[in-house]
Design a protein around this ligand. Structure first.
Ligand SMILES: C[S@@+](CC[C@H](N)C(=O)[O-])C[C@H]1O[C@@H](n2cnc3c(N)ncnc32)[C@H](O)[C@@H]1O
Length: 281
């Protein structure tokens, strides 16, 4: 159920929203086909997924049993990278392609360092809006917006974003496990627009799927997204590093997610995703 403001925002974004006979607002979540947010939620042990999502998620696991571990290691990278930005003094975060709420959300990590840290969660899947709103209902330092990584100019102009995030001050923008859902040109354009909009001292936190660590299994795992609207584009380390063009790429550069500033041995040390952090000087 969506309250009226969320309904109107979803409606203005062209999502399918219906008013039920009881007067509540329902978003058509297209539960008949798998969605990236819900597939990922299943791997992380969440409950916000439907049969087609579970079927797609299980396909990936049957092709490579370490996929859920890769998702968990990506969440661990999120924690390390958000801590890095917060310890450098950043107090505002924009998490684009945020996904469904999961333990160790950005605001929980950032606010463990400063309770006043502000976080805007953005995703183009309406289920994220519904669940995020419920989770964050009482939190005046966070917001959840529908928005698309391919339309960042529109996002950065939104009054709801400006109400929480001051783009004149450093901000950490997260693009974690999302750019593999868009074309090469759209991915390059997204990071370019972020760099143009954010203040010096801002950070880009990025992770991205790759075939390079598992060349023999990658094609089968990639079929997981065949029935989703986006599909998936696995990229090389060089292609991911190129996305940091114009940013100061912090040590150790682009590396496999569990190796990026590892704090110790990880559960599986998977090789499905690259990670990197850039700073705008
Ligand atoms: C694999 S999840 C990653 C969630 C979180 N960023 C993380 O790394 O833990 C990918 C998320 O990106 C969202 N997404 C996919 N395409 C998008 C787009 N074009 N714009 C915004 N979000 C998108 C999906 O709905 C999903 O929630």
């Amino acid at each position: 159920m969506l309250h009226r403001a969320a309904h109107e925002r979803a409606w203005s974004k062209g999502e399918t929203v219906q008013q039920s006979e009881h007067g509540s607002y329902l978003t058509d979540l297209h539960t008949d086909r798998p969605h990236p947010a819900r597939i990922y939620d299943y791997w992380l042990g969440g409950k916000d997924n439907f049969a087609p999502d579970r079927q797609a998620a299980e396909h990936a696991i049957s092709a490579s049993a370490d996929i859920p571990a890769a998702a968990r290691e990506n969440r661990a990278f999120l924690r390390r990278a958000v801590q890095l930005a917060a310890q450098a003094g950043v107090r505002q975060f924009v998490d684009i392609g945020a996904g469904l709420p999961s333990p160790g959300n950005v605001h929980q990590v950032a606010q463990s360092i400063d309770p006043d840290a502000r976080v805007a969660y953005v995703d183009n899947d309406p289920i994220v809006l519904t669940h995020g709103r419920a989770l964050l209902a009482d939190n005046r330092t966070t917001t959840v917006l529908t928005g698309d990584v391919r339309e960042l100019d529109e996002l950065f102009e939104r009054p709801e974003l400006a109400a929480l995030i001051d783009l004149g001050q450093p901000v950490a923008v997260l693009l974690l496990a999302v750019l593999h859902f868009v074309t090469d040109e759209e991915a390059r354009e997204a990071v370019r627009r972020v760099r143009e909009r954010v203040a010096p001292g801002s950070y880009l936190l990025l992770s991205h799927s790759t075939h390079e660590g598992n060349p023999e299994r990658a094609a089968e795992v990639a079929k997981t997204w065949d029935k989703t609207t986006s599909g998936i584009r696995l990229r090389t380390r060089t292609q991911v590093a190129d996305l940091f063009d114009g940013w100061e790429l912090l040590e150790p550069g682009v590396d496999f997610v569990p190796l990026w500033r590892a704090e110790g041995p990880t559960e599986a040390s998977t090789r499905w995703m690259y990670a990197g952090v850039g700073r705008k000087s």
